[in-house]
Design a protein around this ligand. Sequence first.
Ligand SMILES: *Cc1c(COP(=O)(O)O)cnc(C)c1O
Length: 343
Amino acid sequence: MSDRVVDFRSDTVTRPSDGMRRAMAESEVGDDVLGDDPTVRALEERMASLLGKEEAVYVPSGTMANLLGVLAQTSPGDEIILDRNCHIINYEAGGSAVVGGVQFYPLDSPDGFLPEDELEQAVRPANIHHPNTTLVTVENTHNRGGGRIYPIERLEAVSKFAAGRGLRLHMAGARLANAVVATGITFERYGALADSITICFSKGLGAPVGSILISDEETVEKARFWRKRLGGGMRQVGVIAAACLYALDNNVERLADDHALASRIGRIVGETPGIELVFPVDTNIVIFNIGGADAAEFVSKLADRGILALAIGPGRVRMVTHLDITDDDIDYFEEAFPGIAAG
Ligand SMILES: *Cc1c(COP(=O)(O)O)cnc(C)c1O
């Protein structure tokens, strides 16, 4: 085992900085279930305004934010259209099905962007045999799609389609800030394309906990009810919401640094014989195939050199850059990786 450890498993591994901890310690708090926490209110109002929406509700996790987005905009037995590789289908423990009683209509898409030409046939015609199609979801940036940014004109097409068919559109935007920084497209412009948006503060933004669901007043009111019902009503949580406000002030623009480092990793793995970069590196995620090798074994060989990555499928590995990764860490990776890949 190496004495140096560089953790590329996820952008969730960052620890709150001294400045963030100070902001947390100094936060004003109240009972948020009673609507009394000024720091939580400030965060909710700021996010609603940033996305050009009426309201927002602060929740413990991105999983809960997406779940509330589904629950507030569907009824049991409804069907929702999503891409097969999305986070909601793959990594949220089936919550929408268990709690919301909805079923999924997954569309195949290697990069995670919905195939526009299949949307029309995915909407069930009104008929007593069919479930009601009520919601479409998009993921931006796309996690299993290698952190790719949903192309704006394709988002516009999906948004127009959903509106035309009377369907709601939810944007799972755990890493929407990465897309904003990489493209220069504003939060507000993205917000205008969806009825509801989820954003996580615990990913690249570097907060220890917290996500938010942003939408119209009626949807957020329903989401608040569901948050309480699921046991997610929290009390003096200004202490953690303060970390999110701090992240908005200090950690958004710097996501560009994470993207530059991920792009270096992409170049290094792309130039390594036997390794195939699966997606262009748009933001802070790098996904590559390792030929016939076993991903768990490959990841364990990387770990022996202190390089932590995730095996995310047979022969497929993911690395993510974040606040605690430096240029020097990538130099170290560049030196070690070709030898490890060569076996
Ligand atoms: C991380 C993530 C979430 C939510 O994750 P939590 O760990 O529950 O906060 C949702 N969607 C995407 C795309 C994610 O990457």
